[in-house]
Ligand binder design. Structure first.
Ligand SMILES: NC(=O)C1=CN([C@@H]2O[C@H](COP(=O)(O)OP(=O)(O)OC[C@H]3O[C@@H](n4cnc5c(N)ncnc54)[C@H](O)[C@@H]3O)[C@@H](O)[C@H]2O)C=CC1
Ligand SMILES: O=C(O)CCC(=O)C(=O)O
Length: 411
């Protein structure tokens, strides 16, 4: 199922559970604004290359719209729409004062040089600069982008609007980034997993983890899990998949990835088929790469007892049903990966205050938000007798619906 159809389906299920009025439901579903821009750059060899950039601003009833920018060949309008909508529910689940947005450029960043990426980012920023802003829409990194990308956006935006560090988050520390933002999504995944396991008397240590994706989110999750004694038994990235049933040495793997640009060929492991990563034997499966990877084709083969959705929309609704029947517990994306946007919020607050927090404060506040988030989601599950995904969706929708109704529609 396509990402937007899947997201809309979850939205509608949650809306029915809450008994939302049909007109309010329609108003919440339609995005506030969809932007599509042409970005042409000269390549290093002098030839021209054209790309399409998107920014979908889904909802701003609870505050400025917030969400990452993705550089990936599969970026398309439906996917960006779905991701923007998910950001609206995610910021509401986290209870931070934002709405939702997402952007992206259909490109393969590994085919572009650093200077080509810089030109592309600057052209994209020129096209959208008057539609983003500190109190309107605040971008951040996502797949294929990083703190350097945010630095270029900050610089280009500031040419039009004056020095504006709070216009993006996830930027380098030297430009007003927050300590702890780089690790925040992975750390949030760790806190979420810990909170879930603790409910049944389990801890990270002693559990076996499989992680799909070894970029920002997957590698930080792996590092923090192994620091707490969790065994990461298999990981994959675009280069391939590897396994060691006794647990991978994550510190050595991080060095290997830096030197070889991928997990493939890591000496302390055996190579496995990339497609089999999701069905490897483990206690906790963490998808931390693309959307839609858990679907009706592989759901019945999944051996994990828990799935913690570090990626956005990794699980198709059809797979959700199969996994529920098989007793697999899923921590949904709009809660499980909210650590990134939560620390983005701390970064924005620090920029506005002009006061930098210690990393310990950032991490402690993040733990408080993640723990409270699960408690709030579970309360909704109890009230509406539903699973964790619907608990999170009803929590997010209810908060956004209340804000929308309170603001009213007077023209
Ligand atoms: N960066 C952030 O703060 C947040 C990211 N996310 C989500 O987490 C996921 C990962 O994002 P990042 O780590 O930031 O991206 P990244 O670009 O740093 O890393 C992506 C990783 O996925 C791997 N990958 C790509 N295609 C793959 C495939 N077909 N099979 C296996 N691995 C593949 C890449 O090789 C890389 O290791 C995305 O779904 C993103 O939307 C969610 C919340 C916040
Ligand atoms: O940090 C942010 O503002 C957004 C991160 C993001 O794109 C996401 O949570 O999917």
């Amino acid at each position: 199922m396509n990402a937007l159809a899947a997201t809309n389906r979850n939205f509608k299920l949650a809306s029915r559970i809450l008994g939302l009025d049909a007109k309010l439901e329609k108003s919440l579903l339609i995005p506030f604004r969809e932007i599509k821009v042409e970005c042409t750059i000269p390549k290093d060899d002098g030839t021209l290359a054209s790309f399409i950039g998107f920014r979908v601003q889904h909802d701003n009833s609870r505050g400025p719209m917030k969400g990452g920018i993705r550089y990936h060949p599969e970026v398309d309008p439906d996917e960006v729409n779905a991701l923007a909508q998910l950001m609206t529910w995610k910021t509401a689940v986290a209870n931070i004062p934002y709405g939702g947005a997402k952007g992206g450029i259909g490109c393969n960043p590994s085919d572009l040089s650093i200077s080509e990426l810089e030109r592309l980012t600057r052209v994209f920023t020129q096209r959208i600069h008057d539609l983003i802003g500190i109190h309107t829409d605040v971008p951040a990194p996502d797949m294929g982008t990083n703190s350097q990308t945010m630095a270029w956006i900050l610089d280009e935006y500031s040419k039009f609007h004056g020095h504006s560090p709070a216009v993006v988050t996830g930027k380098p520390i030297d430009l007003g980034g927050s300590l702890g933002r780089d690790a925040a999504t992975g750390r949030g995944v760790l806190f979420a997993t810990e909170a879930l396991l603790n409910e049944s008397g389990k801890t990270i240590s002693g559990q076996r983890f499989v992680i799909q994706g070894f970029g920002n989110v997957g590698s930080w999750a792996a590092r923090l899990i192994s620091e707490l004694g969790g065994k990461v038994v298999a990981v994959s990235d675009i280069s391939g998949a590897i396994k060691n049933k006794n647990g991978l040495d994550i510190d050595s793997l991080l060095k290997h990835v830096q030197e070889n640009r991928g997990v493939k060929g890591f000496h302390g492991s055996d190579a496995i088929d990339s497609d089999s990563i999701l069905v490897e034997d483990c206690d906790v499966l963490i998808p931390a790469a693309l959307g839609g990877v858990i679907n009706r084709e592989n759901a019945n083969e999944i051996k994990a007892k828990y799935i913690v959705e570090a990626a956005n929309h990794p699980t198709d609704p059809e797979a959700d049903e199969i996994l529920k029947k098989n007793g697999v517990v899923i921590l949904p994306d709009i809660y499980a990966n909210s650590g990134g946007v939560t620390v983005s919020y701390f970064e924005w607050v620090q920029n506005i205050q002009g006061f930098m927090w210690e990393e310990e404060r950032v991490n402690n506040e993040l733990k408080t938000y993640m723990t409270k988030g699960l408690k709030n989601v579970k309360e909704m599950c109890k009230t509406h007798n539903c699973d964790l995904r619907m608990g999170a969706f009803t929590l997010g929708l209810n908060r956004v619906a209340r804000a929308t109704v309170l603001r009213g529609w007077e023209a």
